[in-house]
Design a protein around this ligand. Structure first.
Ligand SMILES: Cc1cc2nc3c(=O)[nH]c(=O)nc-3n(C[C@H](O)[C@H](O)[C@H](O)COP(=O)(O)O)c2cc1C
Length: 191
């Protein structure tokens, strides 16, 4: 790989951020671009090539269905004394402000340990996240407690699990550097 590619990918990795729906604009994300971005996800590494990731893409009228479903699940699974009307409205609003929301599904083959298929799916999401950032689109991975109640809605098979949602939208946020402890504190050198 030429060194200029290294500089480009370093910059992309460093400036990829979680970008949340309040920063999204109304600009639509074309379906063809979503397919290209998901094709980048699909290039993720995977032990025994099990390719355990699967995606359910919500856009246009699908966003309304998802917003209603997540709001209903929040109400159903929140004890009355903890229920917050504002939180339920936010749950709907953030879906409706998005250009697309992608349900992240792992489909366990059980030919390798489950943690490896979880890890491979997370690699796919990182590919999606980086490609999305490079395309000028913001996004973030959301993993609310309600995802464990989405089996029927997402028509998940017994060997499948929803790992959350990837919210996406063109946005008007400025680039931010990451907040991380220095890598030097996380490396042990042996030799
Ligand atoms: C597996 C996973 C689940 C996440 N779930 C949530 C979430 O439920 N809500 C949220 O606000 N952010 C969530 N995030 C995003 C993190 O909060 C975010 O990546 C972290 O704060 C670092 O910020 P950055 O992405 O801008 O570098 C999740 C990230 C990962 C990798």
């Amino acid at each position: 790989m030429p060194s200029s590619d290294f500089e480009t990918i370093k910059k992309l990795i460093t400036y990829r951020r979680s970008v949340f729906p309040p920063s999204y604009t109304d600009q639509a994300i074309p379906a063809e671009l979503l397919i290209e971005l998901l094709d980048c996800a699909n290039a993720a590494p995977t032990h025994k090539l099990t390719q355990p990731w699967r995606f359910v893409v919500f856009r246009e009228s699908g966003l309304t269905r998802l917003a209603d479903q997540l709001a209903a699940l929040y109400q159903r699974h929140t004890p009355a004394e903890q229920f917050l009307q504002k939180k339920q409205e936010n749950t709907r609003e953030k879906v409706l402000r998005s250009g697309a929301v992608i349900a992240i599904v792992v489909s366990y083959s059980d030919t390798v340990p489950r943690w490896e298929e979880l890890a491979a799916t997370a690699c796919a999401v990182q590919n999606l996240w980086l490609a999305t950032a490079a395309a000028g689109i913001g996004g973030y991975w959301s993993s609310p407690g309600t995802i464990k109640h989405l089996g029927d809605f997402l028509r998940l098979a017994n060997n499948e699990e929803c790992l959350g949602f990837f919210y996406m939208g063109y946005h008007d946020e400025s680039p931010r550097k990451p907040t991380r402890k220095p890598i030097a504190k996380k490396i042990t050198w042996e030799g």
